[in-house]
Design a protein around this ligand. Structure first.
Ligand SMILES: Cc1ncc(COP(=O)(O)O)c(C=O)c1O
Length: 191
């Protein structure tokens, strides 16, 4: 059976050479010169001052939630339609996800429904852009300002995409990405 791949890897440069360099120098985990280069170049590409590489997108969300000191009793507003990772990070921190329904056309969070879900316990809005389509960020940014809420931006599906000319991943107090590992032929879902 043929599947349509979510993504096929683009391997047409120095990948093999760099992998061999890692193996030959012994830098196959934890640190090494490529990590720093990746952090700096990716952060600059997105338009951020700092970037930190971690093990995966779910771990990045855990770190974001905890770095913002979101904890027991706090509420975090997020979309109904996304992978489980954002909700898990909030629950793992002891806080409560508050779900906002999704727009039937873009499948992103329906931003017109956010304000009615804000309570005195709300600490953050966690935006997840879906399948390369940006969430409508202007209203979200206004609400964050008006209610003094943190913005966490999950841009795992948005590398290189923009909203009103600004790269997705550049809006959040903390923004997170993941790197897909789909293989050629794409007979896995690519998670
Ligand atoms: C929007 C979104 N957030 C977070 C994740 C989790 O990333 P990871 O699988 O690297 O933990 C994914 C994974 O597909 C995702 O699509």
């Amino acid at each position: 059976m043929n599947f349509i791949p979510v993504n096929t890897p683009l391997l047409d440069g120095n990948e093999e050479k760099y992998l061999l360099e890692c193996i030959r120098t012994g830098w196959i985990s934890s640190e090494g010169p490529f990590i720093k280069q990746f952090e700096e170049k990716f952060a600059s590409y997105i338009g951020r001052k700092e970037g930190i590489a971690v093990s995966n997108g779910s771990g990045a969300l855990d770190i974001a939630v905890q770095a913002l000191k979101i904890g027991p009793g706090d509420e975090v507003i997020m979309p109904t339609f996304t992978i489980i990772s954002p909700a898990q990070s909030v629950v793992r921190a002891g806080a409560n996800p508050v779900l906002v329904d999704s727009d039937p056309v873009t499948w992103n969070m329906d931003v017109t429904k956010i304000e009615s879900r804000i309570t005195p316990k709300t600490k953050a809005i966690l935006v997840v852009h879906i399948y390369g389509l940006p969430t409508d960020m202007d209203p979200v940014l206004e609400l964050c300002k008006k209610y003094k809420l943190f913005l966490i931006e999950d841009a795992a599906e948005m590398h290189g995409q923009t909203y009103r000319g600004k790269k997705c991943g550049s809006f959040g107090d903390i923004s997170t990405f993941k790197t897909y590992n789909n293989r050629r032929g794409g007979d896995d879902y690519g998670g």
